[in-house]
Design a protein around this ligand. Structure first.
Ligand SMILES: [Fe+2]
Length: 480
C-alpha cells in the first residue's frame, strides 16, 4: 500500500521535474468554441435571478443543480495546454417556485492560489507542461478540482481525475479544502465518476500507473473498503460502470507508454489492440473476466446492468480514436477546434459465454446520463448532448430502438442534462431533464427543463442568466 502511494507521488514529482515553461499565448481567430473557454470572472458570479425566456417552470421542480468544469485558462503570458487543465469553476442553479438563480465560484485549490498569486501557469497537468519551478510534492498540489461534483452528506465535493475530492459548502460554494477520505490513503486518486447504488453506497476508482484503487464508501462518505488492483494495461480510464454484482472497467487501447510532460504526450493510440473490458465480482476482485471489443475510444459510459442469465450491458459514447483528447482539446485553448467527429452512442453486450458485441445507434453526442435511481439496474433510457456539428439533446430508448431529439439551433453549446425525478413518480420516463447551454448569440448561460418523455417538444422552461459561464463537464442535482 505505502509502496503504491510512494510510486504515485514519485511519478508526479518526476512530471514536475521534467516540466518546462508553459506555452506562450498566440492570437488566433475566434471560433464557435471560444466563448466557452474564456476565463470566468476571478471572483465568480454572485447569486442573481435568471430570467424566464421560454415556457413555464413546473411548480413541483425544486432543488439545486450544480455544475463543475474548467473555468480559468490564461494569464497574460501563459496558458494551460489543454481544456482539461483549467481551474475548477462550480456553478449553482437554484430552482424553486418557478424561479431560478445562478451563482458561480472557483474551487479554492492550492494550485489556483499559487497561480493567482504569481499570475502565471505553474502546475503541470494532464496536457500542461507547467513551470520548471513547480513545487509538486503530491497529486493534490496540482489538483484542479474541475471535472465533476457530488453531494455527500452536507458537503459538495468537487472531483478531479488524479487526486482527492475538494470539499465545498453547497449553499455558499466556499471551499473548505481537502481532507483525506482516510488518513492512510491520503493523496490516493478518487476519480470524477463515482457510482452511487440505490442504497446510497458509493463506488469509485482511482487510477495510477497500471494500478487501480477501488473505493467503497457509505452514503455519508465513510470509507468502508479500499483495495489495490493490478490492471492488465496502462489504458486511459476516465469512466467505468457497475451492476448489482459486478464492477466493469473498460480498458481502451489509448495506453500510457512513457513518463513525460505533459502526461498526455505519454499516451499512444494502439488500434491494433482490442478494447478490453474487465469485469470483476464485487465480492471477490480476484474473480474476473476479460472481454474484447474492436478498438475505439471513449470517455463516458451511460450505466450498466445485468440480466438473469448473466448477460451484462452498458452503453458508452465512442469515437474511432483518441484525436479529441490528444489533439483537439489542446488546440481548443488557442481557439482552433479541429474536425473531431461527434461520439456515437453504442451498447456493449457481454455474454456469459465470453463473447462481446457492440450495437450502434446513430445517436451522436456525449455526457450520457440515465435515471440515477436505476444505477446498476435495467433501464430503457439514456440522454446525450451534442455540441459539435449540431446542437442537440437526444434521448435514446434502447428497448424500442427509437430516439427523440431536440435541436437548439446554431450558437448554442449543449451541456450535460440530468434526469430529475418528478415527485412521487418512479419510472424513468416520469422525469424531467435539467441542464445548461451556453447561448453564444445571447452571450449568456441558459438553464433548460425538459419532460423526459417528450424531448422533441423542446424545453418546457428556459431561464437565461445575466452571466455567461465557461463550458462545464459534469453536474449533479439535489432535490429540495
Ligand atoms: Fe467525465
Amino acid at each position: 500500500m505505502s509502496l503504491s502511494r510512494r510510486s504515485l507521488l514519485s511519478a508526479f514529482a518526476a512530471a514536475g521535474a521534467l516540466a518546462a515553461a508553459g506555452p506562450a499565448l498566440a492570437t488566433e481567430p475566434q471560433t464557435a468554441w471560444s466563448p466557452g473557454l474564456d476565463n470566468a470572472p476571478v471572483d465568480g458570479f454572485n447569486e442573481a435571478a435568471m430570467r424566464l425566456v421560454h415556457g413555464r417552470a413546473p411548480r413541483a421542480l425544486e432543488g439545486t443543480h450544480f455544475r463543475n468544469g474548467p473555468g480559468w485558462f490564461r494569464y497574460a503570458d501563459s496558458a494551460t495546454g489543454h481544456w482539461f487543465d483549467g481551474d475548477g469553476f462550480v456553478q449553482r442553479f437554484a430552482v424553486a417556485d418557478g424561479r431560478a438563480t445562478h451563482a458561480g465560484r472557483f474551487v479554492d485549490t492550492p494550485k489556483r492560489r499559487m497561480e493567482q498569486r504569481e499570475q502565471r501557469i505553474i502546475a503541470p497537468g494532464f496536457g500542461t507542461r507547467g513551470a520548471d519551478d513547480a513545487p509538486v510534492q503530491a497529486p493534490d498540489d496540482i489538483n484542479a478540482a474541475n471535472t465533476s461534483v457530488m453531494i455527500v452528506g452536507d458537503e459538495l465535493w468537487a472531483l478531479w481525475e488524479g487526486g482527492s475530492p475538494t470539499r465545498m459548502d453547497p449553499r455558499t460554494l466556499a471551499t473548505s479544502g481537502i481532507r483525506p477520505l482516510r488518513a492512510d490513503l491520503a493523496g490516493m486518486p478518487f476519480t470524477a465518476h463515482p457510482k452511487v447504488e440505490p442504497n446510497g453506497t458509493i463506488w469509485n476508482l482511482g487510477i495510477y500507473g497500471q494500478r487501480a484503487i477501488i473505493w467503497r464508501l457509505s452514503a455519508d462518505g465513510t470509507v468502508e473498503d479500499a483495495q489495490i488492483l493490478n490492471l492488465p494495461s496502462r489504458s486511459y480510464i476516465h469512466d467505468w460502470a457497475v451492476t448489482e454484482r459486478h464492477l466493469i472497467i473498460p480498458l481502451q487501447p489509448w495506453i500510457h507508454e512513457r513518463m513525460t510532460a505533459p502526461m498526455v504526450d505519454g499516451y499512444v493510440w494502439r488500434d491494433d489492440q482490442p478494447f478490453r473490458v474487465m469485469v470483476l465480482d464485487k465480492n471477490d476482485y480476484a474473480n474476473r473476466r476479460i472481454y474484447e471489443l474492436p478498438a475505439m475510444f471513449f470517455f463516458h459510459t451511460g450505466d450498466a446492468w445485468e440480466e438473469a442469465d448473466g448477460t451484462i450491458r452498458f452503453d458508452l459514447c465512442v469515437t474511432p480514436n483518441a484525436q479529441f483528447v490528444s489533439q483537439d482539446a489542446r488546440s481548443m485553448i488557442s481557439r482552433d477546434v479541429g474536425q473531431t467527429p461527434s461520439a456515437e452512442l453504442v451498447m456493449a453486450t457481454l455474454r456469459p459465454n465470453g463473447q462481446a458485441e457492440l450495437q450502434r445507434s446513430t445517436v451522436f453526442g456525449e455526457f450520457p446520463q440515465t435515471d440515477r435511481r436505476r444505477q446498476g439496474l435495467s433501464r430503457d433510457l439514456v440522454v446525450v448532448a451534442n455540441d459539435r456539428a449540431v446542437s442537440t439533446l437526444e434521448m435514446m430508448n434502447w428497448r424500442t430502438g427509437e430516439a427523440s431529439r431536440f435541436n437548439f439551433g446554431a450558437d448554442q453549446m449543449v451541456q450535460e442534462h440530468l434526469f430529475v425525478p418528478k415527485p412521487g413518480r418512479g419510472g424513468e420516463h416520469e422525469s424531467w431533464l435539467i441542464g445548461a447551454t451556453l447561448n453564444a448569440r445571447e452571450n449568456a448561460t441558459e438553464l433548460h427543463v425538459f419532460d423526459a418523455a417528450a424531448v422533441s417538444d423542446g424545453p418546457v422552461a428556459t431561464w437565461r442568466s445575466p452571466y455567461r459561464a465557461p463550458l462545464g463537464f459534469h453536474s449533479t442535482w439535489r432535490g429540495a
